[in-house]
Design a protein around this ligand. Structure first.
Ligand code: T1G
Length: 699
């Protein structure tokens, strides 16, 4: 077995090195070898200090998340290793770099001192996985950083900088470079000082600093347990009880709470997404030996809302980008949009004024395509019209240097047609950003029939660099996300025709965890935008020949009720406050009568949720059937990162797994019977029926 922990002697100081690529996960093998190394060091009185460090891009980045699916954490337990470290006869100094997270930070806290590179990020992000720190983090961090700061770090899960960690007392020394020299210097200084060892677990917790009612206020500020807040509450409870329990008992309570959380549906869903997001970046069968094109410069055609937002992504990542427009006024408007957005972020303290200028300096403007001819990637973000985009793609295909990746930001047009127009289909790809493009994390990377794997993997790597969560989609109408949205919105509107109102529908959908209900979402995105998509599809002959299909959004559009932008859509608006509008009820009653739809006085929230979620799952299954998405996890990543699906439910396909395929099929059949299935709205996808058959065989 290749050893993961190596011991290197420097005089009386022992270097213990962990080498477990890619992120030095605190795996069972690492724990075993590390404990052996410390047991040996403890038996060697000639050792006067130990420096613990990792090779590669980061110090230990956490426990091995894949171990959480086991009944219990395999021996040796992390706490046993940390006990061996704290029992050492001499100081142990942790030399920290990269992302010191979860079990990695807990390992560092078990050491006597911590030295960090200034670029290091430190945190206990367990809550983002639906668990809690399970190896002493809830007990050691408050002893170093204080209860309030420790709780903030653990219940938010966000990492802090090395400087902030130093200010909080988590780190003793921060250096710009020469980490090991600083760690060895500290070791020598501690040896010479002959001071008693500072063992974190024996440091006192000062209860007097904690204001009356502090912990209850903490709990009340957290998400409710049924909305993914279980782990955060358990963290508060562990810290609170740690004030009065002996350390050992507090560790036991922490581990009980950790096990409770790791077996929860929320944590299983969040861990599913953790691995699904990473899996989504991979083309099946391509392996890791991928040769990629370096993308160091970018051009964006079109300086409208999308083009400007897209350009900001690259400037934010330090990549020079050139915005190209057809006239000076449009170009100036686009650049001013960018500056205004950056200045608004600076006003909120999210970035400094210096960063505003630095990023603006990375964004050039031009009226000539020739100026982006040598760019490594050029993205067209022009008006959503096939002819316009075909002309642009053809020009780019003629002008751009060999090897340039040409991308389209289209959300609905056929990427293969645009690829063909470019004359370079192997270099052509879809990059579907979501508005606002500089904010939304999701990027659908659309693989044309001839797009090369190298282009796909190059764009996926770039996407990660600009902070996007990207998913590969095949070519179809609406790709993955918007295609699934259709059935979801179809049923939301039928429910309106049948007598439900927008408030009830949105509350029911938001009650199952969606960030925003369908009616509010369309009012915010624009009824006109949504209606044009429907009308465009109708023109292209892509709609069911059901005259009632999306009749509400078309009627609202016809009446100029465009949503928030006109202060009236599905709702009436007082500013951003949505107010139920009786007129909408009358409009829906009129449409229902016109289309012979029976209205009902009472429609349950359960029916609303089922009627909106089942089409989502069924269409996601069809998308998998057709190979538009490689994996069910990819579909989940799209909906969690692009449409506000609750992460603690894992995504539509994970939710389907939890519900069970047979249940889904029986509910689809129920609605096919109760609502009729003339247009195939409730016909189960082959993917679902095959899975049901497979589970029958398996059981
Ligand atoms: N466990 C298992 N695998 C992990 C892992 C982990 N903690 N972290 C990363 N990987 C895999 C990942 O799946 C990918 O695999 C590869 O490593 C590179 O990851 C007891 C309970 C550190 C910021 O939450 O945030 O400790 O796809 O692509 O972009 O109290 O990895 O190559 O096969 O993300 O450079 C707490 C999770 C765990 C940190 C680096 N720790 N990791 O990002 O690489 S719970 C975390 C990250 C815990 C203790 C508790 C990131 C990173 P593959 P990557 P990266």
């Amino acid at each position: 077995m290749y050893s993961l922990v190596h011991v290197k002697r420097q005089g009386s100081i022992l270097g213990i090195e962990i080498d477990n690529p890619p992120v030095n996960v605190f795996s069972q093998q690492v724990r075993f070898e590390l404990r052996e190394a410390f047991i040996a060091a403890a038996a060697d009185s000639a050792v006067e200090a130990v420096v613990l460090f990792c090779v590669g891009k980061t110090f230990v980045a956490g426990a091995d998340i894949s171990e959480f699916d086991l009944d219990s954490i395999p021996q040796p337990d992390p706490n046993d290793v940390f006990e061996a470290i704290e029992a050492m006869h001499c100081p142990v100094i942790a030399a920290l770099h990269g992302s010191v997270l979860g079990g990695g930070l807990e390992l560092a806290l078990a050491c006597h001192y911590r030295v960090a590179l200034a670029s290091t990020r430190l945190g206990l992000p367990e809550v983002t996985l639906g668990v809690i720190p399970g190896a002493g983090g809830t007990q050691r961090l408050p002893r170093l950083a204080g209860v309030e700061a420790a709780l903030d770090i653990m219940t938010n899960g966000a990492p802090v900088s090395a400087q902030r960690a130093y200010e909080l007392g988590i780190v003793d020394i921060v250096v710009e470079d020469e980490l090991f020299a600083a760690a060895f210097d500290l070791a020598r200084a501690v040896i010479e000082s002959a001071k008693p060892l500072r063992v974190v677990s024996t440091m006192p917790l000062d209860k007097r600093q904690i204001p009356e009612g502090f912990f209850d206020r903490c709990r009340n500020s957290l998400p409710k347990v049924d909305r993914g807040g279980r782990a955060a509450r358990e963290i508060v409870d562990c810290v609170e009880t740690g004030l009065t329990l002996p350390f050992g008992a507090a560790l036991e309570r922490e581990r009980t709470a950790f096990n409770l959380c790791k077996n929860s549906s929320e944590s299983v869903a969040l861990r599913h997404l953790f691995f699904a997001e990473r899996e989504a970046a991979r083309i099946p069968g391509l392996g890791s030996t991928k040769v990629e094109r370096r993308i160091e410069t970018v051009g964006v055609i079109g300086a409208g809302t999308m083009g400007s937002g897209i350009a900001m992504n690259f400037a934010n990542a330090g990549i020079p980008v050139m915005l190209v427009e057809t006239n000076d006024q449009a170009l100036k408007r686009g650049l001013s949009l960018v500056r205004k957005s950056y200045e608004a972020s600076a006003a909120k303290g999210r970035i400094t004024l210096e960063q505003v200028e630095k990023r603006m300096a990375l964004i050039d403007g031009s009226l000539a395509y020739a100026d982006i001819a040598d760019r490594d990637l050029v993205i067209e973000a022009a008006f959503e019209n096939m002819e316009v985009k075909q002309t642009i793609c053809r020009q780019l295909g003629e002008i751009c240097k060999a090897g340039t990746i040409i991308a389209t930001n289209t959300s609905s047009l056929d990427v293969n047609v645009l690829a063909s127009a470019s004359g370079r289909p192997t270099d052509f790809v879809g990059m579907h950003f979501f508005s606002p493009a500089n904010v939304m994390k999701l990027l659908e990377v659309v693989r044309g029939d001839k797009t090369s794997s190298q282009v796909i993997t190059s764009v996926m790597t770039l996407a990660k660099k600009i902070g996007k969560v990207s998913v590969i989609s095949g070519v179809c109408y609406g790709f993955i996300g918007n295609r699934m949205l259709e059935g979801y919105l179809r049923e939301a509107e039928f429910l309106l025709l049948e007598g439900a109102n927008p408030l009830q529908i949105d509350r029911a959908i938001e009650g199952m965890g969606m960030a925003m209900g369908p009616c509010r979402m369309i009012d915010m995105a624009g009824v006109d935008v949504a209606a044009k998509v429907v009308l465009e599809r109708q023109r292209a002959g892509g709609l069911p020949d059901d005259p009632a299909y999306r009749s509400v959004v078309r009627e609202l559009f016809a009446r100029g009720r465009f949503g928030q932008k006109t202060s009236i859509g599905y709702y009436r608006y007082d500013g951003r406050t949505a107010i139920d509008d009786p007129e909408l009820g009358a409009l829906c009653a009129e449409l229902a009568e016109r289309h012979g739809i029976v209205r009902r006085s009472a429609i349950s929230d359960e029916e609303i949720v089922e009627r909106c979620m089942l089409p989502l799952i069924n269409e996601g299954a069809r998308i998998l059937d057709e190979g538009i998405a490689y994996r069910a996890g990819d579909v989940d990543v799209v909906w969690v990162n692009g449409y506000g699906f609750p992460a603690y439910k894992g995504g539509p396909m994970h939710m389907a797994d939890v519900m069970g395929t047979h249940t889904i099929l029986s509910r689809l059949s129920h609605f096919a019977t109760s609502r009729g299935n003339e247009y195939g709205y409730w016909t189960a996808s082959d993917w679902l029926t095959r899975r049901a058959r497979a589970t029958n065989v398996a059981s």
